[in-house]
Design a protein around this ligand. Structure first.
Ligand SMILES: [Mg+2]
Length: 236
């Protein structure tokens, strides 16, 4: 039988919380945002829109931007904006359109559809603990309208380090005002969230909606839950 960390409820003084695929499904959101961007470009920069409709060309563009801008490694917004700028340039459109084009993408990217139990879970958690968002993505809890549940919100973009790096988890603990050992990190990604949090000395609850096995080394996380509702039950 797999060894498992034992959840120590009494030790939990704060929650760090992943966002994408933990509070809402991320890919439908990104697809809608990309569609909005394509629609914007079709109106304002048709040549670029045609380039964006060509998936291999778009991928090549992204690879080129990533290679040329290692400083944006953890900055998904920056990479997106510079990809748009490069596409505009290559298509002979005005590169300054990158800003309003990105704004269109970004606004739609914040229009997430929360999982059914997400709001209830946020209310539950925020009533009991300081909650700090820790995300590798570019969701903005304030623009989404859930900012009131969070004491702070940390992103890989701002910190310059991404999960599973221990430093982002330790920054989350600092933002919550507690030691790493007093934090329960909650997230869906077994490696980035769960393995990362365990290695950083936090307790970890793995949101495992598919019933996957723990195959990521060491004892299994302190808690494995199929939903945020189940997590709240556990903490009650
Ligand atoms: Mg996630």
């Amino acid at each position: 039988m797999t060894k498992t960390h034992t959840l120590d409820l009494a030790r939990i003084r704060a929650i760090t919380l992943d966002l994408d695929d933990t509070l809402w499904p991320v890919w439908p959101t990104i697809r809608r945002a990309e569609a909005a961007l394509a629609g914007w470009l079709a109106v304002h920069a048709p040549g670029t829109a045609a380039l964006f409709a060509d998936a291999p060309a778009l991928r090549a563009l992204r690879v080129q931007v990533e290679a040329g801008r290692p400083d944006l490694r953890h900055d998904l917004s920056g990479l997106r904006r510079e990809s748009i700028r490069l596409a505009l340039t290559q298509a002979g459109d005005d590169p300054a359109l990158a800003e309003p084009a990105f704004d269109c993408f970004f606004a739609e990217r914040q229009r997430v559809e929360l999982f059914d139990d997400a709001l209830h879970a946020l209310e539950f958690l925020a009533a009991r603990y300081p909650v700090v968002a820790v995300s590798n993505g570019n969701a903005d809890v304030h623009r989404i309208g859930i900012g009131r549940y969070f004491k702070d919100s940390l992103s890989a973009t701002v910190l310059g380090v991404a999960k599973p790096d221990a430093r982002i988890f330790h920054a989350g603990a600092r933002a919550a005002g507690v030691a790493p050992g007093a934090v329960l990190h909650v997230g869906d990604d077994a490696l980035l969230d769960t393995r990362g949090a365990l290695d950083a000395g936090l307790q970890a609850a793995w949101l495992n909606t598919t019933g996957a096995a723990w195959t990521h080394g060491g004892p299994a996380p302190h808690a494995t839950v199929a939903s945020l509702g189940a997590l709240c039950q556990l903490l009650r």
